[in-house]
Design a binder for this molecule. Structure first.
Ligand code: ARG
Length: 451
């Protein structure tokens, strides 16, 4: 076998390292073996390669698999190295494995084969995170907390309502990952270099053997297209952006004493003994930057590439691996941090009323009793200057309306509207923070997850 003329020209030279993708290809070692097996089985079934040669190649592939990626012979990439390893074991006949294909359709198939598994893992991690968010939410439907806009106290809400807001966003992230999976899970194998082949191959059969849903028909598109990478990394970058929002919220909450992270998800200072820092979530927040960089790297690498295969494509792929690894890890960390955190209810309840956060509820109450909302808004705005309690609302009513407040509303109801917990509880519109609304959301979300 040592005398066999190898098809690759990877004999060395100053650009050897530069050309090689061997290290990055570790990721697709198993995929390449699967692709080789499917291709050889199809070649034998079609009578293109003799059954005994196919059997020898399959046995050699098993042996190469046991030896592992690190024991592959020299090669420009994993595809060349595995072929060399097969020929070393089978002899010259092993070279029949590469009949009717090219590394161009081979690598495109390997990437899709591996990535679809990674996308399913990523989707599964988002589902696990959603389960964690819903679980904690179910314990905190009555835990009132401040809600913010512009980082200013806005209206009281609950911890469960906040958690569900992210569960709902991540549900869309899961959908996007699964959409990307659908278009990734199509087989380019059989496209050959880009221009098809004279051999009577069966592309549907290799697609079936490899568990692809369908084939990428046009052979020029099949070997060149990488929009499935763009789509997958885009879905991951969007999810990382969602995660960065949770991370930022928790960092702010921790700063205000609204949440206590478990020690497992906090870090300390090497000099300041009193510190407990939310480092894990800061790293999660920064993962959105890594994922955006991965997406940007792909977009700029792929922009303006001519048909068909160009070696630039070799450098596009690692952006996807790096992004999916970073984002899956960050998703896991957020799930763990949320599942193990404590929400100090008294601190939260106290803070929930800060900044006259019940003002909108008081205005709503006045409006519900016949005052135009704009006028009610003015009364409560004046009240907020006067101390933001019942007395202030009564004084403001006199001033703005020239009438006593009780001409419109029972002062006891105003008193209730000024209570943060009652305020959150009163907003029971669909999707609102009232326990009844959140419980309904939780039921639906559980059902969606079970699906
Ligand atoms: N390692 C290469 C890649 O990742 C395989 C394809 C090489 N094909 C070629 N025509 N040089 O894209």
């Amino acid at each position: 076998a040592g005398d066999v003329v190898r098809r690759d020209r990877f004999s060395g030279g100053p650009a050897r390292e530069f050309l090689s993708s061997m290290d990055a290809d570790r990721r697709i070692f198993a995929a390449d073996l699967a692709v080789d097996r499917a291709h050889v089985v199809m070649l034998a079934e079609q009578g293109i390669v003799e059954d005994d040669v196919a059997a020898d190649v399959l046995a050699a592939l098993d042996d190469v698999e046991s030896a592992g990626h690190e024991n592959l012979p020299e090669g420009e990439d994993v595809h060349a190295a595995i072929e060399t390893a097969v020929i070393e074991r089978v002899g010259e006949e092993g070279g029949k494995m590469h009949t009717a294909r090219s590394r161009n359709d081979e690598v495109a198939t390997c990437i899709r084969h591996r990535l679809r598994g990674d996308l399913l893992d990523a989707a599964a991690t988002t589902v696990a995170l959603r389960e964690a968010l819903l679980e904690v939410a179910s314990e905190h439907t009555d835990t009132v907390m401040p809600g913010y806009t512009h980082l200013q106290p806005a209206q009281p809400t609950t911890v469960a309502h906040w958690l569900c807001s992210y569960e709902q966003a991540i549900a869309r992230d899961t959908e996007r990952l699964l959409d990307a999976y659908d278009r990734t899970n199509r087989s380019p194998l059989g496209a050959a270099a880009f221009a098809g082949t004279t051999f009577d191959i069966d592309r549907d059969r290799t697609a079936e053997l490899l568990g692809f849903d369908s084939i990428v028909e046009n052979s020029m598109d099949a070997s060149s297209a990488r929009d499935f990478l763009l789509e997958s990394v885009s879905a991951l970058a969007i999810h990382a952006t969602t995660l960065s929002g949770i991370a930022e919220d928790v960092i702010v909450f921790a700063n205000r004493g609204f949440v206590e992270l478990s020690d497992d998800y906090a870090s300390t200072s090497s000099i300041m003994p009193q510190k407990k820092n939310p480092d894990t979530l800061e790293l999660v927040r920064s993962t959105a930057g890594d994922a955006a960089a991965g997406l940007q790297g792909l977009l700029t690498t792929l922009k303006g590439l001519p048909r068909a295969y160009n070696r630039d494509l070799q450098n596009a792929t690692p952006h996807a691996w790096e992004t999916v690894d970073a984002v899956v890890e960050a998703t896991d960390v957020v799930g763990g941090a949320i599942a193990t955190a404590d929400w100090p209810e008294e601190t939260l309840a106290e803070a929930a009323g800060e900044g006259f956060s019940t003002a909108t509820g008081v205005a709503d109450l006045l409006a519900a009793h016949g005052l135009p909302f704009r006028t009610a808004h003015e009364v409560v705005a004046v009240a907020s200057e006067k101390g933001a309690d019942l007395q202030a609302v009564e004084d403001a009513a006199e001033e703005v309306l020239g009438e006593s407040l009780d001409a419109y509303v029972d002062p006891e109801d105003v008193e209730a509207a000024l209570d943060p917990a009652a305020s959150a509880e009163s907003r029971d519109s669909v999707g609102g923070p009232a326990a009844v609304a959140v419980e309904s959301y939780l039921d639906d979300a559980d059902a969606r997850l079970a699906e």
